[in-house]
Design a protein around this ligand. Sequence first.
Ligand SMILES: C[S@@+](CC[C@H](N)C(=O)[O-])C[C@H]1O[C@@H](n2cnc3c(N)ncnc32)[C@H](O)[C@@H]1O
Length: 268
Amino acid sequence: MPMDHTDYTEANRRAWNEAQTKKPAGSFARALARLRAGEDLIHDDIVDALATIPLQGRAVAQFCCNNGEELLSLCRRGAAGCVGFDIADNFIDEATALARGLDLDCRFVRTDILGIEGYDERFDVLLVTIGALTWFRDLDPFFGTARRVLKRGGTMLIHETHPVVNMLAVPGEKEYRADDPARLANSYFKAEPWIETDGIFYLAGKTYPSQPLYSWSHPFTAIVGAMVRNGLTITGLTEYDHDIGSIGSGDLDGKGIPLSYLMTAVKA
Ligand SMILES: C[S@@+](CC[C@H](N)C(=O)[O-])C[C@H]1O[C@@H](n2cnc3c(N)ncnc32)[C@H](O)[C@@H]1O
């Protein structure tokens, strides 16, 4: 029988739980110490965008929040009633422990994004950061859930890998050539999933034989189309030629290749 969203998500949950156990020793204590010291554990592009999005007293949510360090960084800016959602039990536990250690009004809920219940029209701001959209084969229910949890007039902020990156061969893939890092290896419109069994490098700092991870690339047509169909009015889009972590090498920065983007939208 073909796999459906529930099957992929359950497999990804196992793989993300495993990834949490591969983090270097001391990473939790380091994150807590940095947050306690007032450091932002969130990308500067988002910090810049927040200059025009007030957070004081606002309810802020994050989809696919991982260990919550990004949401906690925002929560400290006076946000109230922050909630992070993620499928991985281990990361939700870690996020909850970080929030407790910082004494912040931020809670974390273990759930498939498509299964979120009890938060309709709850949030003023919804954050989605790098490496979130890729776990959803179909973006319509993802953005449908975004619309459902946002208040009318609420803002969605997406800071993600540029779809063009999916065309590149990246370090670790057999098509990658160190002397030609801009080599195109995949169709922009690739529909079949990536199935990876070498772990989550950015967390472990190394590859490891892992539970399978299933992910998809989405051309801008799919992203924008799903947003429009779900009543999200795009209010801003900036494309950057710097990598925010998907490639990791920094080799392609500043070469005019779109590598990341930041998009804002409002629930009409
Ligand atoms: C790359 S992280 C994104 C968060 C953050 N930008 C980061 O880099 O840590 C991807 C997260 O998506 C979560 N995830 C994957 N599929 C999900 C789903 N269907 N529902 C909720 N969370 C999901 C994973 O557990 C993981 O923590």
